[in-house]
Structure formats: structure tokens, C-alpha cells
Design a protein around this ligand. Structure first.
Ligand code: AMP
Length: 144
């Protein structure tokens, strides 16, 4: 059986401000921030503020807000990195590849012929993540 939502997961801690994140976007229902182990330059995560482990236990209203932010931030990520495309993915439960049990959607800008790096390959430099987050925030401002 699937365990219940545990608020002590790492994204729950980010939402409560207990650990830092390179935030690119926030509204009443969602938060977007840089993945610390990017599978490509600009790898960004979008999460709902409402608690759910994954896609399958989320309220439909949570998903409505989440997908709107995925599109909004996805456009900015693609623009900020002058990408040719955008890969969007989401995992559910350990067997599905999930390691952090608060619903999240991955956004990775893609360039022709450049493969994705390994999932959870290595920690990125903090200064680099800060610069990438600033680039995405600027693209969001330009789109507003
Ligand atoms: P998954 O649950 O497999 O979809 O992946 C969880 C993702 O969260 C991985 O890509 C990790 O690199 C990322 N991650 C883990 N801890 C943090 C953190 N503190 N801040 C940002 N991203 C994180």
C-alpha cells in the first residue's frame, strides 16, 4: 500500500522555508525552483503547495494550478536557455523512479543532439544555479 504524505520530505521543507532553494517563480498555489542535481542546464522543478505524494493522490484543482505553472515556467525556461525543445517528466513512487515524495514536475530545456545527464548525477555549483534562476526570472518578467 502507498504510504501517506510525509510533510518532512525535502520539498515540504523548502515550502516552509526550512531549507533554501533557488526560486524562479511563486504564486498562491505553486512554487518553481532549480533542481540541485540538474540533468541539463536550466533543469527546474515545479511543485504545488498543497500536499500530495504524487500525481495519483493529488486533487484535480491542485493539478490545474500545477499544469498552468508548468506551462508558464516551461516557456520561460526554454527562452532563457535558447533551447530547441523542452522535456517534461514526473515520477510516482520508488518503482516509478520517484525519490522525493511531494508531487513535482521536472522541466529540462533541450538542445538538438545533447543528451540528458543521469538522474541525480551530481550537485551543481550554487553560483551557477543562482545565475540560471536569475535568467529564468528575467524571461518570466519579459513574458509578463
Ligand atoms: P524524483 O523524485 O526522482 O522525481 O527526483 C527528485 C529531484 O529532486 C531530483 O532531480 C533531485 O536532484 C532533486 N532534489 C533533491 N533535493 C533537492 C533540493 N534540496 N533542491 C532542489 N532539488 C532537489
Amino acid at each position: 500500500m502507498t504510504p501517506p504524505y510525509d510533510p518532512d520530505n525535502i520539498f515540504g521543507k523548502i515550502l516552509r522555508g526550512e531549507i533554501p532553494a533557488h526560486t524562479v517563480y511563486e504564486d498562491a498555489d505553486t512554487l518553481a525552483f532549480m533542481d540541485v542535481m540538474p540533468q541539463g542546464e536550466g533543469h527546474t522543478l515545479v511543485i504545488p503547495k498543497a500536499p500530495s505524494r504524487g500525481l495519483l493522490d493529488a486533487e484535480p484543482s491542485t493539478l490545474t494550478a500545477l499544469i498552468a505553472t508548468v506551462q508558464r515556467v516551461g516557456r520561460a525556461v526554454k527562452t532563457a536557455f535558447a533551447a530547441d525543445g523542452l522535456t517534461v517528466f514526473q515520477f510516482n513512487e520508488p518503482a516509478g523512479g520517484q525519490t522525493v515524495f511531494h508531487l513535482h514536475v521536472h522541466l529540462v530545456p533541450r538542445h538538438e543532439g545533447v543528451p540528458l545527464k543521469r538522474h541525480e548525477g551530481g550537485m551543481a555549483d550554487n553560483a551557477v544555479l543562482a545565475e540560471h534562476a536569475a535568467r529564468i526570472r528575467a524571461a518570466l518578467d519579459d513574458a509578463a
